[in-house]
Design a protein around this ligand. Sequence first.
Ligand code: PGA
Length: 245
Amino acid sequence: MSGGRDVYIVGNWKMNQSLEEIDSFLNQISTLNSNNHAWIAPQALHISKCLEKKPGFLKVGSQNCAHEDSGAFTGELSPKSLKEIGVHFTLIGHSERRSLYGEGDDLLYKKTLKALENNLYVIFCIGETLEEREAGKVEEVLSEQLSNGLRDIDSKNVLIAYEPVWAIGTGVTASPEQAGEAHKFIRNYIKENMKLDAQTTPILYGGSVKPENIKELLSNEDIDGGLVGGASLKADSYINLHKNA
Ligand code: PGA
């Protein structure tokens, strides 16, 4: 744990992992002894298996959830059912959901409300594209995503993940300065414009986080953890993220 505060190491497995790989991951991490929060979001088909086999300390989440509890929403994931089977949290608004599946701010707001209503923790993802960064629009994009997607929400169950789109899966991590600047902006923006508690809302960084760079990222007081894709898939790497955090 960095500096005595709560630190979150969240694995976003995306559409990866076989059943065999999951067994091996869960066996290997069973002895992990970490002061950090240990969360993983497997693909939906594997959530139940992870819940059955996981060690007690590990929290399991979903990568997405619907904006309604039930009804004619073919292919969707009910937040009520997620809660019922023991899911702890859900990602909302990951850049892949925004860009590949056209999820916009209004829908993401509704999803967040429903997830919170069902007592799920929400990791609300925001971040700018390279084009937007180069056009000097980072603050504009982040403030819009926050104020549209989270609007009037006042909840202790919201975490924010800042994931610059150009750093996701590319091997290019935002420099600690770039990440630190964005996180500071987000915290100030929350303080001045939103109902969330700026002091206690965890703000995670995502985008090519690895065991080798997590310590430096977390040395920034506004970075409360990592949302980690590629480097969370193998148990030894996930364990090292915890060790180095
Ligand atoms: P990455 O993915 O760590 O593989 O860059 C992060 C994410 O998309 O959440």
